[in-house]
Design a protein around this ligand. Structure first.
Ligand SMILES: [Zn+2]
Length: 341
């Protein structure tokens, strides 16, 4: 008979309260928050970029899992409130199990779907704007002489890189494309450079830029960036996801610079390449649609809103912008590179 009566609101709140103060649920949540705090402390204390990225991703997955867990717990509580009324404890146990499975399952699905979509989109953009001069794809390639391709082949041989990596010369001045890029999917790994950029750089500079892009593939950055972006999109209300995404991207850039330096021993060439690209390519692109810094497989694009004026940008505003930026500043990268030269 009780199922015919509307359930008073107070029962819902009693259920929420009971549920979240149940020992194992509260302990689980506390554990999640604890992992976040400890990861953050290690992150602050470490200088190893790879380790730092792993910690960032751990923090991201942790905070996301907590969110899904809390939200799905609330949803399951509402759905099962009738059962709670008749048998409180077993229902709490049931809700916690449901919530746990949905938070683990949803996280995995989210990343998988998002990664597939972003790989397809990126590949189409590259395909439409470049001549792929790889070993497999020979189509229009023969008529393009590319210094980049020769340099890249030598680089690959020296790196004793085990995976096949194709070279692409980006032939159109498509502003959405970065000056150089790395593409990494299970089927195809590819490093590309814009023809215009190839023409303004000397051989050592081209080598160091291509080595940077190769570093993105060697370090499996595209997967890490996709995870970070996937979570940010899935949880737009979580400011932590936004901050962590940007930090992962910045971190991967620095790591790829380090990879390039190790492989070529020419950090000064990479620094001068960055400056040349900035002066000759990025400054020429209209402000609203400038690619920021050398690129990633995500082809990141900065759309600056008109009128963010200097007058209101105080130092804390700059700091916030820096925290939210997916690219390390040019000064920061060059300073790091020259300290290794
Ligand atoms: Zn990069």
């Amino acid at each position: 008979l009780s199922s015919l009566l509307p359930i008073p609101l107070s029962v819902y709140f009693a259920f929420f309260h009971d549920y979240f103060s149940t020992n194992y649920v509260a302990t689980g949540l506390g554990f999640g928050v604890g992992i976040f705090a400890v990861s953050y402390l290690f992150f602050r204390g470490s200088n190893n970029q790879r380790f730092k990225t792993s910690l960032l991703l751990l923090m991201l997955v942790d905070s996301t899992t907590l969110w899904i867990f809390v939200l799905s717990s609330l949803a399951f509580c509402v759905a099962l409130v009738q059962q709670y009324w008749s048998a409180a404890e077993p229902t709490i146990a049931l809700v916690s199990r449901f919530a746990l499975f949905s938070s683990l399952g949803l996280s995995a699905i989210l990343v998988g779907v998002f990664r597939r979509r972003s790989i397809e989109r990126t590949y189409a953009t590259i395909r439409n704007n470049s001549v792929i001069l790889g070993p497999e794809v020979t189509d229009a390639g023969a008529s393009y002489a590319s210094r980049g391709k020769v340099i890249f082949q030598n680089l690959l041989n020296r790196a004793s890189f085990t995976k096949r990596v194709t070279f692409a010369l980006l032939t159109t001045n498509e502003v959405r494309l970065p000056s150089s890029l790395a593409f990494d999917s299970r089927k195809l790994k590819m490093v590309g450079i814009q023809r215009k950029v190839e023409s303004i750089l000397d051989d050592d500079e081209i080598e160091s830029v291509l080595a940077h892009e190769l570093g993105h593939i060697a370090n499996r950055d595209s997967l890490q960036k996709t995870i970070a972006t996937g979570y940010r999109i899935a949880f737009p209300f979580d400011p932590i996801a936004r901050l962590i995404e940007a930090a992962v991207y910045r971190n991967r850039e620095i790591s790829a610079d380090e990879y390039s330096t190790k492989l070529t021993s020419k950090p000064a060439s990479l620094a001068s390449a960055l400056l040349k690209i900035y002066e000759n390519v990025q400054l020429q692109i209209p402000k609203q649609l400038a690619t920021i810094g050398p690129p990633s497989s995500q082809l990141s694009v900065l759309r600056e809103k008109g009128g963010i004026s200097e007058s209101i940008s105080s130092s804390w505003r700059l700091r916030v912008r820096k925290l939210l930026s997916k690219q390390p500043t040019l000064e920061d990268r060059i300073e790091r590179l020259l300290s290794r030269a």
